[in-house]
Design a protein around this ligand. Sequence first.
Ligand code: GAR
Length: 215
Amino acid sequence: MQPTTPSIISPDIPTPQKSSSPLKLGILASGSGTNFEALVQAIADGKLRAEMPVLIYNKPGAAVAARAQRWGIPAILLDHRKYQSREAFDFDIAQTLSQYGVEWVIMAGWMRRITGVLLDRYPERVINIHPSLLPSFPGLHAVEQALKAGVKITGCTVHIACLEVDSGPILVQAAVPILPDDTPETLHARIQVQEHEILPRAIQIAAMGVGELRK
Ligand code: GAR
């Protein structure tokens, strides 16, 4: 395993076979959608051999929906507040993803816990991005948690999602130094630059063989 840049730690990136069909990615996002857009851009630039048949978002008015519209990607609103249980919500998510032929589910700023209903439909095919070097600082407010803890280096992680929040086999991490005058906003902005770099890379790695990560 070789570091590919000074700050990004990942397995060697496998070369996708030209003949292989593009990955079909379904995106789950709750907010601004910069990671969503970074993925669309990576696909457009030929850096990730994939298609994005659908975005599912859960907050009416989330900026990610406007981004999807600009790229001509169907954006489906499933509002979690309209469901009786997390399982019922995930059932509709899984149904929608299946209808669009999705093979891999990418939680790109998805601020909901997921259940076995989604994981059973997409075993080892749900990927999450989180703004810390997991297993440090899982859950909400990861950037604030890192600042409060006084660590000097934080970063971001892309991993295969499990039932437990922000846990599962790690695909790629990138380190980001914390500067003395950092605020949550300035630090998060630098972390996001790295997120946009590692998310497409991690998807490619996952698609080429999650099994390798367990060795
Ligand atoms: C990202 O920083 C992502 O790591 C984080 O939400 C942000 C979404 O930004 N996700 C989590 O905290 C999940 N635990 P974006 O909407 O601009 O992509």
